[in-house]
Design a protein around this ligand. Structure first.
Ligand code: HEC
Ligand code: HEC
Length: 378
């Protein structure tokens, strides 16, 4: 392709191969879903947030592989520049000088790396949060609730950082489109850009999709294997023993037997010491039974576990200290549920946690296991 007079346009060049384009637009979708569910989601959307996270992880791994096996402009070597080049580019921009690049310009390339780096950090911190707070995923076996809570702050700060980077990225695209008259969005769709006559092009490389596919498959197999075996370990501080049958028999006859990890020792002590006046009922037990249940509850109270439920219900409401349903956390979490749902036939009363939380009996309360029964809305 010889440089001809600028009046006769050069044929377009394939800059972004199909791998780069699919990556770019899929990442946009996955990150948008993760951001929406993360910033504005409720427990309902946790499952979608996690799926978006896994999708982003896959896309990043693919992009790293493609950075070594894609076609010319997909390769990292064509858009990683020395810092001096970045500074020169920034000075050019400030001075209003415009140099065209076929692939990413130096600052654009740095932005790609920054976005990928921050996304990787968000995925890592997210996995710690998932492990510590929800006791799910590959790190649940070793992550405390407190660590999960701290890292959640970092995860959120990184998410805001990502919003900032994405805004800069968009500003860059707008700058290039307006000042440089580049059709960057169109190029990311068609893959083509008008050729440039006076640039030194990087050494061309052919895409190697088969190599990429094999590497991705190997990564998936080993990755899924490792994650699954770690995730199968019991979570740190999660109850594993079955609930005591005597307790279930005596305290599960009027309502479901609340898992002992739901209440701090003080709450259980208050309940078990006043069974004759149990929320307006007489729930008195023979002394031997009462004592056995009292010591079971004391030995398995919230203080002995590290699950979300063992922490969030710990702040009793001084006006009504023996009810989970009177705590600030509980009220906040359930404020959007109409009162009629709680009194409906399939639910009965607020304390019937198991009507909507299918894993309540085991003391888990995972956001993925919430489902208000159909008939409760009639
Ligand atoms: C005779 C029936 C009966 C038995 C037996 C019984 N309870 Fe209850 N329990 C109730 C009633 C009624 C309520 C209040 C329901 C409501 O709010 O309408 C209640 C409420 C509770 C609550 C508060 C739930 C909340 O957050 O609103 C706890 C905790 C509790 N019971 C624990 C126990 C324990 C522990 C035992 C076993 C020692 C037990 N119950 C045995 C009838 C019973
Ligand atoms: C009528 C159904 C219903 C009952 C009964 C109910 N819950 Fe819930 N609970 C929900 C719903 C729905 C949500 C999710 C709220 C949202 O999406 O904002 C929720 C959220 C929660 C959460 C937060 C979950 C998370 O991952 O963020 C906890 C913890 C929880 N409930 C505990 C309890 C306990 C403890 C009880 C019983 C004392 C109880 N719930 C009774 C429907 C119910």
């Amino acid at each position: 392709m010889s440089p001809i007079a600028s009046s006769s346009p050069l044929p377009p060049v394939r800059v972004w191969d199909i791998g780069v384009r699919i990556f770019h637009w899929s990442l946009l979708v996955a990150v948008s879903v993760a951001a929406m569910t993360g910033f504005f989601g409720s427990p309902d959307s946790v499952a979608i947030h996690l799926i978006a996270g896994v999708a982003i992880a896959y896309l990043l791994v693919f992009r790293v592989i493609w950075g070594f096996s894609g076609s010319t402009f997909a390769r990292f070597r064509t858009f990683i520049f020395a810092p001096s080049v970045l500074i020169a580019r920034a000075k050019d921009m400030l001075a209003g000088r415009h140099t065209r690049y076929l692939g990413h310009n130096p600052l654009g390339g740095a932005m790609v790396l920054a976005l990928m780096g921050v996304l990787a950090l968000i995925l890592m911190t997210g996995t710690v949060v998932l492990g510590g707070i929800l006791k799910q995923g590959p790190l649940a076996f070793m992550t405390s609730y407190a660590t999960g809570g701290l890292v959640k702050e970092v995860h959120q700060a990184l998410a805001f950082g990502l919003v900032g980077l994405v805004s800069l990225h968009l500003a860059g695209v707008i700058y290039e489109s307006v000042v440089g008259k580049e059709k960057l969005v169109k190029a990311m769709i068609t893959g083509n850009k008008p050729a440039i006559s006076d640039v030194v092009l990087p050494k061309p490389a052919a895409a190697r999709p088969l190599v990429a596919l094999v590497l991705l498959a190997l990564f998936s197999l080993s990755g899924i294997g490792i994650v699954a075996s770690l995730a199968a370990r019991p979570g740190l501080g999660v109850p594993v023993a079955a609930v005591d049958p005597l307790y279930v028999k005596e305290c599960g006859s009027c309502h479901f037997a609340y898992h002992p990890s739901m209440g701090p020792a003080k709450l259980w002590d208050g309940i078990i010491s006043h069974l004759d006046q149990h929320f307006g009922e007489d729930a008195t037990l023979p002394e031997a039974t009462r004592a056995a249940i009292a010591s079971y509850l004391a030995a398995n109270s919230a203080e002995h576990f590290d699950t979300r439920i063992s922490h969030v219900l710990a702040n009793a409401n001084p006006d009504d200290p023996l009810r989970f349903t009177a705590t600030r956390f509980w009220t906040r979490m359930h404020r959007e549920i109409p009162a009629s749902v709680f009194t409906s036939k399939p639910v009965g009363f607020k304390g019937a946690c198991n009507a909507c939380h299918s894993d309540a009996k085991a003391g888990l309360f995972a956001p993925q296991n919430i489902d208000i029964p159909e008939g409760a809305f009639k």
